[in-house]
Ligand binder design. Structure first.
Ligand SMILES: [Zn+2]
Length: 286
């Protein structure tokens, strides 16, 4: 039997190297700020235009016009949701969880934006209200609404446990999109992407760096509300993990529905114009 080699010995200046101060990768001082005051003013006179109730362990699609608002609410009991967003006229322009994380941090809240994929890279939606904004970062480093997780899926389930479970968020989102676009699941699946984990409380353990979850602090009545910067097709899955306090990828957890509501303002927010695609010329030095 071969043994793993021992870890290399630390160099003499290890402590000095570790003591270097971190620098922020993407300082956001030059990032255009949303005018939240103007959004809130527009929201005050807005009228509800529709709603979609997402059953536990299922997902549904919804559409939002540019300049309108949508709200995701907890109803019935603590429940986590997995959100996908697309430009309905150009599906490859979809929510880019990784760049959103790099710009705004591992968890998002009021004032943060959900950015779209290259080569467009523009805000798709802006968070205008978060009733869990009080949570902050807890003693384990946990926080709410992460853009670090991927989504529960049957492939990782098979890898780790060998079993098949068809109501993971990845499959729920695939079925919802397939129904909405009236296409087969295999055609819908490649559009499903890394999510915003709405209401989920997550972080990385300090000692092993592992992704962790803990019971969401969300309660019925809590909501996360967005302003749609562009026309949006959304899909939201009510995760089979419920509040994600113990298990997911099974029927074990207690699950609840989630509500998506859309609202049309009387007039767009003062000074708002839909964001243009990024103006990099895509020549890549060629
Ligand atoms: Zn899930």
């Amino acid at each position: 039997m071969s043994k793993l080699p021992p870890p290399p010995e630390a160099p003499d200046d290890a402590a000095a190297r570790r003591a270097l101060r971190p620098v922020i990768c993407y300082p956001t001082e030059t990032l255009p700020r949303p005018d939240l005051g103007a959004y809130h003013d527009a929201r005050r006179g807005a009228e509800k235009t529709g709603e979609v109730l997402i059953a536990p362990r299922e997902a549904e699609c919804f559409t939002v016009q540019a300049g309108h608002f949508f709200r995701i609410s907890s109803v019935g009991g603590p429940q986590v949701g997995d959100l996908n967003l697309w430009n309905p006229r150009d599906m490859p322009e979809r929510f880019y969880s990784g760049k959103t994380r790099a710009l705004h941090g591992s968890h998002v809240t009021t004032g943060d934006r959900l950015w779209s994929a290259f080569p467009v890279l523009r805000p798709m939606a802006t968070i205008v209200e978060d009733t869990l904004g009080w949570y902050g970062i807890d003693e384990w480093g946990g926080a709410v609404h992460d853009v670090i997780g991927t989504r529960c899926d049957p492939y990782t389930g098979r890898l780790l446990s060998g079993g098949d479970y068809h109501h993971c968020c990845h499959s729920n989102l695939t079925r919802a999109l397939a129904r909405h676009l009236d296409i087969p699941a295999r055609e819908a699946e490649p559009h499903v992407h890394d999510v915003l984990n709405v209401f989920m409380c997550t972080g990385f353990t300090r000692d092993t760096g592992q992704y962790f979850m803990k019971a969401s602090p969300v309660r019925p009545g809590d909501y996360l509300e967005f302003f749609a910067e562009i026309d949006l097709l959304g899909a939201l899955s009510a995760c089979p993990g419920g509040d994600c306090g113990a298990a997911h990828s099974s029927d074990a957890a207690e699950c609840h529905p989630l509500l998506v509501e859309t609202f049309a303002p009387l007039a767009p927010p003062h000074g708002w114009t839909p964001p243009e695609p990024n103006d990099y010329d895509r020549s890549h030095g060629m």
